[in-house]
Every structure is written in structure tokens, then in C-alpha cells.
Design a protein. Structure first.
Length: 636
């Protein structure tokens, strides 16, 4: 268990090595006492640069700015039909995100800055790697580090353009005038993203990273597929890829990528390589992926003393989250954000946010229990801990899933494996008096877990793990969150392979693990399977976008899925008996807001000012759309 808490230790020392200004591109880590003439000078220096490049992911996964977790996948959960904004009356950023509105011109600036910071660090690593006089014996190490830099640049660029659309494409630390110009995501940015992943695949060692937190060749192949499928679906409007009609994408010539083009067949070949040679496998029990299945909680379910969490009582103890081969670093994990026990209680620091080493989703998704100041009391929330109750799962997710079970005549363990049914699992749960947009459900994935064995009501189960030392937060509920955030699971590889080829056996493997009927290929079956398998993991929104295509209007799949939230019965002000109808914050409604924006957020005004007119505002957020349609207003 020690490795789960301390596995990212190398990141801590490197992340504080460089400081950065808040200007979008003023993040070159060479602007320090260590100059390009002296650093990097040895392989260990490049390792430090590499750790600093990765550390941006920690700030995204664990950072907290302007009242919202920075994790973009959390944002995409709230932008989809999976989650409401929720939280307290004062939690406005998450609610405005869910309603496709904004309360200020720079509300979404933090991730814009962070992602460009990550790109800059990756560029620096790529450009300076040969400052080191690598020996022939060190060539493999050099290529691995270079491949990881290309991979991270591709990843940060992909997240940036999926959030903000057409943006400047920065591929150098020396920024020429033309780089400030806004680039076309379809024609310029995605070819660069996929070229970076191709370079990574070619340069990195043909072996698994084994849960180290580093990218490997197989992760690159998987992200080639994810990027290509979004490009082909969203921009080229090929909604059903199994037809084989998606075009090839032109590549950029750079080290590890010889240019030319990449076809759908090439993408499929990469996924088949992962299946044949990666050594990955689905964990035998879906619950093994999540910390609520830890063996300490399992023991309490069987000891006959105190509480008992019945949902995991039938598990094989060998499959519990903290057992060998399960949980963090498991064989289903291709790539992830890792966390460790080094957070501090403070907000601030763009690139070294003091909370960055804690998986802050566990806190944001935690239960806002207690109308009488009894948050986190085990008699009300066991085995789950308290938190801020933002981004609660939607009624749509639960209702549609329940309808699918009823129609198919089965029970999908993933539903209760993903969501807490507050009324039936936590009978003593009470709502906070200032709760709003509460669905009656909470996120079980990434949910922090308490134990009878914990010293205090709001302690985390991690405090009972081998190798644990007290968090510097002095608040276990808010600082002790070390569950990996999955960025790519083997289940995704299998479902992408079915979607690209029409070969149902890969999807059937995922269905068999969940204990649901195995179905033949159809796009609808793949869409449903992705919705259930990856519920609340942040993939749903961009799946909807690529199945809809750009500029598809209010009748698109994405627009209609979002609009279906209207009228759902929700809890406000803690009054469960007096539910109200969920309505959009503006008269525009979800379908129109999605159609107007294509799912992109507004570019921060401060960064547009820095661009001096070279970057324009996204449609749906500009002067062509009435301000009252995109301006956040309080409705609770």
C-alpha cells in the first residue's frame, strides 16, 4: 500500500524547481538561474524537466481555483447530461458551467493558462534534450524521455482545444509572430496532436510503464485512437466509424513521425497491438477499480461489529482495491494521474497549487450531509465521507440506466458501482439547508471512504494504510485523497476497437465483466456501453460531441441529451419533500446553448487581450449572441 501513497514523490521536487508568471505563454522554465547553456546538462536534469512537465497534470487533477476543481474531466461531467452543478447556494462556478453560462469574462482562465504551461514545459524538454551528451548506451533513455515529452504536449494540446476550440498552436519556446495567430483545430491542431502521439509511440520503449504514472508506447497508441475518433466524428462528421469511411489525417514531420498520413486502419492496428502485446486486462470485478472496495472496509462488512457495507460483501477479498494487482497501478490502467501525501491547505499558485497532490475530486464529489452541522457523521454517511457536494450525478443518468435494466431484464452492477443512491443506501442522510440542484444521487467513483476503525468521523480510510503519514493539511477529509484518476483504461481500448471495426467481441468482454447481456455490434449498443462503463469519468461529453458533429444544431444527439434534463425533479434548499423542476438558467435552454457553442467554453478575455486581436471569441459567447443567454444568473 505504501506505493499508492508515495508513488509520485519525484514530481514534488521537480514541480517546485521552476516558477511561472500568469501570462498565458510566459512559462518557459529556462527563465531561471539555470540557463539553456547549462541545463539540462545530464540525464538526471532531463528527468527533472520530465517530472515538471507531468506535474501540470497534478495541478489539473488536484488544483482548486475559483471554487471549482481544475480537472477538465470533472468539467466535462458537468457540461454533459451526467451531472448537475449542485453544491451550496454560493457554488456558482460549477452551476454556470453546467448551464453553459459564465459569471465573468475570465471564469475559465485557469485551465487555459495551465494547459499552455504544460505545453511550454514539454516544448522546452523537446528542444533542450540534446544539450546532454548522450552516450550510445543512454540512447534508449533519451528516446523514452523525448517520447514522453511529445506525448504530454499532444495530451495538453488536445485538452486545450477540446475545451476552447481554435487557439494558438504553440510548438516552440521561441514564439514567432505567426504562432500567436489562432489556428484551426480541424486542419492544424489535430494533425499536430496526433503527430505528437505518433512520435511518442515511435520513440518510447515497446514495453508497459506498469502503473508508474509515466506514458508508454501503448498509452500513445490508445490516445492516437481517442484523438482521431474525436477529429473524425466532430470535425469530419463521421458518426459511425465502423463503416470505415473516415478520412486519413495528414501528419507533421518531426522526430519520430515521418509525416505522411494516418488512416483509420492505422489507428485500428495500434489498438490491436495493445490487445496483443500490451499485457493489459480487465479486472475481474468492476468494483476493484474504486477505493470503496478496499479490504479494510470489506473486513468491516464481515466482522459482525458496527457498520457493514453490503455492496461489497460478496466480493472476493483478493479483488479488493488495495490488494495486489487491483486499485492504483492495476493491469487495466494504461495512463492516469497519480497523487501523494504532500498537499497543503491553501488556494493559489498557478503551477504549484498547494493542493495539487491530492485527488480533489474526492472532496468536490463528497457528501454535503447534515442540516444540523453534523457533516461526516458515520451514522449518516457510512462508509462515505463528507465533502462539498458539487457536480452530483443527474437524474437522467440514473433514470436512463434503470430503464435500460428494466427493458433488458438485467441488473448492471456498474450503476450502483458508480452512483450512491442516497435515499436507499444512506437511509439517515439529510440534505444541507442550502443545497440546490441535488438529484438524490452522489458519485461513488472517487468517493472518499470512512471506516469504523478510523479515529474520527471524517477521517479517510487511507490513514489506516501501510506507509501513511499525517497529511500536512491536518484535515484528512480534505487532504487524504490518493486514488489514481484514470485517463485511459483497457475497457476504453476494447470499446474503441469495437466502434472502429464493428467487431462485437471486444465490447462483449466489457459486458461480460459487468454481468450484462452480450449484444451484437450496433452504434447504439456501443454508445450505451460507453455511457455505462465510463459513467462519471468525464468521457461522455466529448463522446456526445463526436457522435453529433460540429454545427449540427439543436436536433443533434448532444443537444437533445442535454435538453432532456429540463423538468427533472430536484432537491433545493434541503427540502426533499418539496422537489422542484430543473430549469435552464436562461431562456435559451440547453439545446440552444450547446448548438450555439458546439460545446466550447469562452476564451478568457484577459488572454484575448494579450493576443492583441489575434484570437477571437468562440461563437455563442460573442457579440452575435445576446449576453443574457450566456450570462450566469442566480435562480435559487
Amino acid at each position: 500500500m505504501k506505493k499508492y501513497i508515495l508513488s509520485s514523490l519525484a514530481v514534488l521536487s521537480a514541480a517546485t524547481m521552476f516558477t511561472s508568471c500568469n501570462d498565458m505563454l510566459d512559462t518557459d522554465p529556462r527563465v531561471t538561474e539555470l540557463t539553456a547553456a547549462t541545463f539540462p546538462g545530464k540525464p538526471g536534469d532531463v528527468e527533472a524537466l520530465n517530472a515538471a512537465t507531468y506535474s501540470i497534470m497534478n495541478t489539473l487533477g488536484g488544483g482548486d481555483q475559483s471554487g471549482i476543481c481544475n480537472n477538465p474531466f470533472y468539467w466535462w461531467c458537468m457540461m454533459s447530461d451526467e451531472c448537475y452543478g449542485s453544491g451550496g447556494l454560493q457554488d456558482n462556478v460549477n452551476k454556470s458551467l453546467h448551464h453553459f453560462t459564465t459569471g465573468s469574462s475570465n471564469q475559465y482562465e485557469q485551465n487555459f493558462i495551465l494547459l499552455y504551461g504544460g505545453i511550454s514545459r514539454a516544448n522546452n524538454q523537446i528542444e533542450t534534450i540534446d544539450n546532454v551528451a548522450w552516450t550510445e548506451a543512454q540512447k534508449t533513455q533519451r528516446n523514452q524521455l523525448l517520447g514522453e515529452a511529445f506525448f504530454m504536449r499532444g495530451l495538453y494540446t488536445m485538452w486545450l482545444t477540446q475545451l476552447f476550440g481554435d487557439v494558438p498552436l504553440i510548438t516552440s519556446t521561441v514564439i514567432t509572430e505567426d504562432m500567436w495567430e489562432e489556428a484551426s483545430a480541424e486542419d492544424a491542431i489535430y494533425p499536430q496532436i496526433i503527430s505528437d502521439f505518433v512520435s511518442a509511440k515511435s520513440l518510447m520503449k515497446p514495453e508497459r510503464a506498469n502503473g508508474s504514472g509515466h506514458a508508454d508506447k501503448f498509452a500513445a497508441e490508445a490516445f492516437i485512437a481517442r484523438a482521431y475518433m474525436f477529429w473524425a466524428g466532430f470535425y469530419k462528421k463521421v458518426s459511425e466509424l465502423a463503416s470505415g469511411s473516415a478520412p486519413a489525417i495528414e501528419l507533421v514531420e518531426q522526430e519520430g513521425c515521418n509525416g505522411g498520413s494516418l488512416s483509420q486502419a492505422d489507428v485500428v492496428a495500434g489498438l490491436r497491438d495493445i490487445v496483443s502485446n500490451g499485457g493489459y486486462e480487465l479486472l475481474p470485478d468492476y468494483r476493484s477499480l474504486w477505493q470503496y472496495s478496499n479490504s479494510l472496509l470489506w473486513d468491516e462488512a464481515h466482522d459482525g461489529v458496527g457498520h457493514a457495507y453490503e455492496f461489497i460483501a460478496d466480493m472476493d477479498r483478493n479483488n479488493c482495491f488495495d490488494q495486489p494487482g487491483m486499485g492504483n497501478g492495476n493491469k487495466e490502467e494504461l495512463f492516469q494521474i497519480q497523487f501523494m501525501n504532500a498537499s497543503k491547505w491553501a488556494i493559489g499558485g498557478t503551477y504549484n497549487n498547494p493542493r495539487m497532490y491530492s485527488n480533489y475530486l474526492s472532496c468536490f464529489w463528497g457528501l454535503r450531509n447534515g442540516a444540523t452541522n453534523d457533516n461526516g457523521k458515520r451514522d449518516k454517511t457510512y462508509p462515505f465521507n463528507q465533502g462539498w457536494g458539487q457536480g452530483t450525478p443527474s437524474c437522467n443518468l440514473w433514470d436512463d440506466w434503470t430503464d435500460a435494466e428494466r427493458t433488458g431484464g438485467y441488473t448492471d452492477i456498474r450503476k450502483l458501482g458508480s452512483m450512491i443512491d442516497l435515499d436507499n443506501e444512506l437511509e439517515a442522510y439529510t440534505y444541507e439547508k442550502d443545497d440546490n440542484e441535488e438529484s438524490g444521487y452522489a458519485c461513488k467513483k472517487y468517493a472518499d471512504v470512512n471506516l469504523d476503525a478510523c479515529a474520527a468521523d471524517n477521517d479517510s480510510w487511507w490513514s489506516k494504510c501501510e506507509g501513511y503519514s499525517s497529511s500536512s493539511l491536518d484535515n484528512k477529509q480534505q487532504g487524504d485523497h490518493f486514488e489514481d484518476f484514470y485517463l485511459m483504461r483497457y475497457a476504453d481500448v476494447l470499446l474503441m476497437l469495437t466502434e472502429l471495426t464493428g467487431e462485437a467481441q471486444w465490447m462483449n468482454m466489457v459486458q461480460a465483466r459487468a454481468g450484462v447481456p452480450q449484444t451484437p455490434y450496433s452504434l447504439k449498443n456501443v454508445q450505451n456501453e460507453r455511457r455505462w462503463e465510463f459513467a462519471l469519468e468525464g468521457l461522455r461529453f466529448n463522446d456526445l460531441r463526436r457522435w453529433s458533429g460540429i454545427n449540427s444544431g439543436t436536433s443533434s444527439m448532444a443537444a437533445q441529451a442535454l435538453q432532456a434534463q429540463k423538468g427533472k425533479q430536484i432537491v433545493c434548499y434541503g427540502q426533499k419533500a418539496n422537489k422542484v423542476s430543473l430549469e435552464h438558467m436562461t431562456s435559451a435552454g440547453w439545446a440552444k446553448r450547446y448548438a450555439d457553442t458546439n460545446g466550447f467554453l469562452p476564451k478568457p478575455q484577459a488572454q484575448m487581450t494579450l493576443m492583441n486581436g489575434k484570437m477571437k471569441q468562440n461563437p455563442g459567447w460573442d457579440e452575435n449572441t445576446p449576453a443574457e443567454e450566456w450570462t450566469y444568473k442566480v435562480i435559487y
